[in-house]
Design a protein. Structure first.
Length: 132
């Protein structure tokens, strides 16, 4: 995909729109998806209109009170699953970096400095395994 083609997907908050799109596809109605995502139904409709304009083809077709994915909608839905999987993997890989529990620090001190450093180290390693 060339850069101008990709750029359109970074307009109008596409990730939240894709999250909404996935909920509508899964639940079958704008109303239920909007309720699940704590937004008003008109807001959901507007966001899907913007996503449809970004994609350039209809994503849903109305069937009574429910909606059904079009062929383009099925393709976008498959891409959503892939995209959300990538973000899930990223989140898992970064989660350990967000806590100090994952960090290990080595401290070098002379014999006289050890008496000053020991209480500080102990206060920051409560619950740590001995020798950690």
């Amino acid at each position: 995909m060339s850069e101008p083609d990709v750029r359109r997907y970074f307009k109008h908050g596409t990730l939240p729109q894709l999250r909404l799109f996935e909920a509508i596809a899964r639940l079958g109605t704008y109303a239920r998806a909007a309720q699940e995502l704590h937004m008003a139904q008109p807001t959901a409709s507007l966001q899907i209109k913007k996503l449809t304009a970004t994609v350039g083809v209809p994503l849903f077709e109305q069937v009574g009170k429910r909606v059904r994915l079009t062929e383009a909608g099925r393709r976008v839905h498959e891409s959503c699953a892939d995209l959300f999987r990538v973000f899930d993997e990223l989140e898992r890989s970064l989660s350990g970096m967000r806590t100090l529990d994952a960090a290990r620090v080595r401290l070098a001190a002379s014999a006289t400095e050890t008496s000053l450093a020991s209480p500080l180290v102990r206060s920051h390693t409560k619950g740590a395994a001995p020798g950690a």
